[in-house]
Design a protein around this ligand. Structure first.
Ligand code: CP
Length: 308
């Protein structure tokens, strides 16, 4: 039995296979519409979510399966003090696979150690968000045609933004990838990512403060929200929340074929006037999230694809 706790749980070859499967699902949805008939996914969300929880549920429903779960800690027995370890033992009796989001880093890892079903990390604190990374990889590969030979700008809250941490870890395994890290000093990428991931893989990267300075050289601009829920005080959040606002005027510095990605939700960091720009790919990214989660469910449930 396999879990997905970090993007590194799949080799590059396995990721390629997963993305290929997601591509086939996009082209031939009918082929997969009963692939998980009789199977159930439990979505265990101890933190708010729109996309991740609903895209897992849509993915399982598209595969002919069923869904159950909770959308907040307060509506589960966590509110009475039940541990993640005990909860997953129950869920293993009710479902075939589960997706867990939790504010504590490592909670899905703890769950996986007690689970009899595959556990998918749907975001753990400021740590990792591997299925967002699968979504991002599929979006980039589908729209750019490659995952190598890319200059990627990551902008905003690079300290607490778990999607950024997971995406960097996944992309350093491809060739000729460079990063431009755009953030205020207080929200720089954590040292362990700079040292143990980027420097350790000899990946070229630079840190800049001004978005306009980075834009001309980018193939991908990955915007992020300042993560209010991870700040220790509101004053710091208010001071930093509008550090970057991508608008039409700033987009004049960007190449014609640059793509704008964002894991969403957005607050102010991309002005709505940018939504109609053909380079804005963040809503298309959401659709790829459903295909890739369908592929992930099929893979972790070891579905016999040849029989479909
Ligand atoms: N991208 C993402 O994780 O969105 P949600 O918080 O809405 O799930």
């Amino acid at each position: 039995m396999r879990h997905l706790l970090s993007p590194l749980d799949f080799s590059v070859e396995e990721l390629d296979k997963l993305l290929d499967l997601a591509g086939d699902i996009e082209r031939n949805p009918d082929k997969y519409k009963e692939a998980c008939k009789g199977k159930k996914i439990a979505t265990l969300f101890y933190e708010p979510s729109t996309r991740t929880r609903l895209s897992f549920e849509a993915a399982m429903l598209n595969l002919g399966g069923s869904v159950l779960g909770f959308s907040s800690a307060s509506s589960s027995s966590a509110a009475k003090g039940e541990s993640v370890s005990d909860t997953i033992r129950m869920i293993s009796c009710y479902a075939d696979i589960c997706a867990m989001r939790h504010p504590k880093e490592g909670a899905p890892l703890v769950a996986s150690s007690k689970s009899r079903i595959p556990v998918i990390n749907a975001g753990d604190g400021g740590h990792q968000h591997p299925t967002q990374t699968l979504t991002d990889l599929l979006t980039i590969r589908s729209l750019k045609g490659r995952l190598s030979n890319l200059t990627i700008g990551l902008c905003g809250d690079l300290k607490f933004g778990r999607t950024v941490h997971s995406l960097i870890e996944a992309l350093v395994r491809y060739t000729d990838v460079k990063f431009v890290l755009i953030s205020p000093d207080e929200l720089r990428v954590p040292e362990y990512i700079r040292e143990d991931v980027l420097a350790a893989h000899n990946i070229p990267f630079k840190e800049v403060r001004k978005l306009e300075d980075a834009l001309p050289e980018l193939d991908i601009l990955y915007m992020t929200r300042v993560q209010r829920e991870r700040f220790f005080n509101e004053e710091d959040y208010v001071r930093l929340k509008d550090s970057y606002i991508l608008d039409k005027q700033k987009m004049t510095y960007a190449p014609d074929d640059m793509l704008i990605l964002h894991p969403l939700p957005r607050v102010n960091e991309i002005s709505v006037e940018v939504d109609d720009d053909p380079r804005a790919a963040y809503f298309r990214q959401v659709q790829y999230g459903v295909y890739v989660r369908m592929a992930l469910i099929l893979t972790l449930l070891e579905t016999d694809l040849d029989s479909l």
